[in-house]
Write a protein that binds this ligand. Structure first.
Ligand code: AMP
Length: 219
């Protein structure tokens, strides 16, 4: 597949935007799901949320769901090889030619390297990684609210703390990983939903003069 130039203009609601390939990074409770859905809708790209895919597999009792469930219930990460295979298959689907918003993947350096390899092979590197900046107090407050509203087993208090530790140890290193590749934009994740979306969109590289994703991957 040939590399495509950036063809989106974030400040123009009338323009047809396409082929945005973006990762939303951040701790559990930071608002990745809400924001990823909004950004994907804005750009007409699929929203790929690994947690949602796992939960759907658990609900329908697939083998993948059975494998993932024990890790999810403990608040641990599902093993890299399982997640990577699942995401690579999803990225091969036709709708991803329009780009994608990845939510909850990658979560480890191994996953990020697998993603880079795949996208470089395809000549279609990431355009940006938006990482939510948010305090632990705010996260704990939000996750407690979500536990009550959605009855998610992994939002129980001790599991939440464990998930935040897992984020710190395994996922936080991706901030430097992507900063080094000049793809990272930090986004203040506190405030009204639409304001946070606006900050994400403003932080994306523009079609004329923004960061060059091809260069970023060459670092
Ligand atoms: P989430 O809805 O994104 O918070 O994900 C819920 C759970 O799914 C996580 O706590 C992990 O157990 C699992 N999961 C989702 N994405 C990944 C990933 N990229 N790597 C490993 N485990 C994941």
């Amino acid at each position: 597949m040939a590399s495509s130039p950036l063809r989106f203009e974030v400040n123009s609601p009338n323009r047809v935007e396409q082929r945005l390939r973006i990762v939303l990074l951040g701790p559990p409770g930071a608002g990745k799901g809400t924001q990823a859905a909004r950004v994907a809708c804005r750009f007409g790209t699929p929203h790929i949320a690994t947690g949602d895919i796992f939960r759907a597999n658990v609900a329908s009792g697939t083998e993948l769901g059975r494998t993932a469930q024990e890790y999810m219930d403990r608040g641990d990460l599902v093993p890299d090889e399982v997640v990577i295979a699942m995401v690579m298959e999803r990225l091969a689907a036709d709708d991803c030619e329009a780009g994608f918003v990845l939510d909850g993947f990658p979560r480890t350096v191994t996953q990020a390297e697998a993603l880079d390899r795949r996208l470089v092979e395809q000549g279609s590197p990431l355009h940006a990684v938006a990482c939510f900046d948010i305090t632990e107090d705010e996260l704990l407050r939000r996750l407690a609210g979500r536990a009550a509203a959605q009855h998610r087993a992994d939002d129980a208090e001790q599991t939440i703390r464990h998930r935040l530790e897992v984020y710190s140890v395994k996922t936080r290193p991706l901030i430097d990983y992507y900063r080094h590749r000049r793809l990272l934009t930090m986004v203040d994740g506190v405030g009204k939903v639409e304001d946070v979306t606006g900050r994400i969109l403003t932080g994306l590289p523009s079609s004329n003069g923004g960061r060059d994703p091809a260069l970023a991957l060459a670092v």
